[in-house]
Design a protein around this ligand. Structure first.
Ligand SMILES: [Zn+2]
Length: 306
């Protein structure tokens, strides 16, 4: 067992914590593909202002679409956060690391979800990032700024890593995202020597191939696990929700950094998903985040595996 400051602290407080703290709820969905198991673990949820996603959309048509999904346009949004775990033999690979403790009060629950699944963070072999946003990246470090998954290989798309490490990003990203960019840069500076870079089309694990899906962020990556009718695509935020992004995939979204590029990526992704019959995992989709996609009159619908 590896000794870290976090481990020493945890040993002292575990008994107390177990007896006094209420357990958080989390969703968890498991899918088996031959020798590979895909599990979503809840990192909790975000608390976003109502306009965050919807502001740039055609407001005259938006209300009816939101009503179909039971969403109150004036209420805060609380999208769930699903971290994907791939288990195959001794491989325990996470797609994204969750938000950690310093981003959002109701996110950062991944350690609890791992604990509930009986998984020690020291046994995680790979952490493979979709992109550098805080809810996906900031859980990479513990409260002592040490790698939370201390024994894991860490992988990030080269273009995405370069973007968040670039001095110019903090200066140019805009006021609303500036503190986020500062926080992501700081964490990546600590981690960069441990990070393996990869590109579009490269295998990050045997049978797991990266697909560049830019727009949400410049170097955003999705991943296809397996092939044929059983293949599963870990989308990250390339399709950012299971409501408007499905019903009206051609509408720009306020959550995407380059909104036009994100639309083109999203439309191409849906075409690929339908053509290949892919099962999908969405980081911010409801009901565990894993499901299939169905065509509808004006877009698509998410059909969760439950
Ligand atoms: Zn994101």
């Amino acid at each position: 067992m590896q000794i870290t400051r976090r481990r020493l602290m945890a040993t002292g407080t575990a008994a107390l914590a177990a007896s006094t703290l209420p357990r958080r709820g989390w969703t968890q969905t498991t899918l088996s593909l031959g020798d590979t198991e895909i599990v979503t673990l809840s990192d909790g949820w975000l608390d976003l202002p109502p306009g965050f996603i919807f502001a740039p959309m055609p407001q005259d048509e938006l209300a009816a679409v939101l009503a179909q999904h039971g969403i109150d346009p004036g209420a805060p949004l609380t999208p769930p956060c699903n971290v994907t775990l791939l288990r195959r033999g001794d491989t325990l690979a996470l797609f994204d690391a969750g938000a950690g403790t310093q981003f959002s009060p109701n996110a950062g629950a991944l350690p609890d979800a791992l604990d509930a699944a009986g998984i020690d963070p020291f046994d995680i072999t790979h952490v493979i990032f979709t992109h550098g946003h805080p809810d996906h990246l900031w859980g990479v470090l513990d409260d002592f700024d040490e790698p939370y998954f201390a024994n894991a290989e860490h992988w990030m798309g080269g273009a995405e890593l370069d973007y968040w490490m670039d001095e110019g990003t903090v200066a140019s990203i805009g006021e609303a995202r500036e503190s986020m960019a500062v926080g992501s840069k700081r964490r990546l500076e600590i981690m960069v020597d441990r990070i393996t870079r990869f590109s579009d089309g490269e295998a990050v694990l045997p049978g797991v191939v990266a697909a560049l899906t830019p727009g949400h962020t410049p170097g955003h990556m999705s991943f296809v696990i397996g092939d044929g009718a059983e293949a599963v695509m870990v989308l990250g935020d390339a399709i950012g929700n299971d409501h408007v992004a499905f019903s009206r995939p051609g509408w720009v979204s306020g959550s995407d950094q380059d909104q036009e590029t994100a639309v083109a990526t999203r439309l191409a992704l849906f075409e690929r998903i339908m053509a290949e019959g892919l099962t999908v995992v969405g980081f911010h989709f409801g009901q565990g985040g894993i499901g299939s996609v169905e065509a509808t009159a004006e877009g698509y619908a998410f059909r969760p595996v439950t």
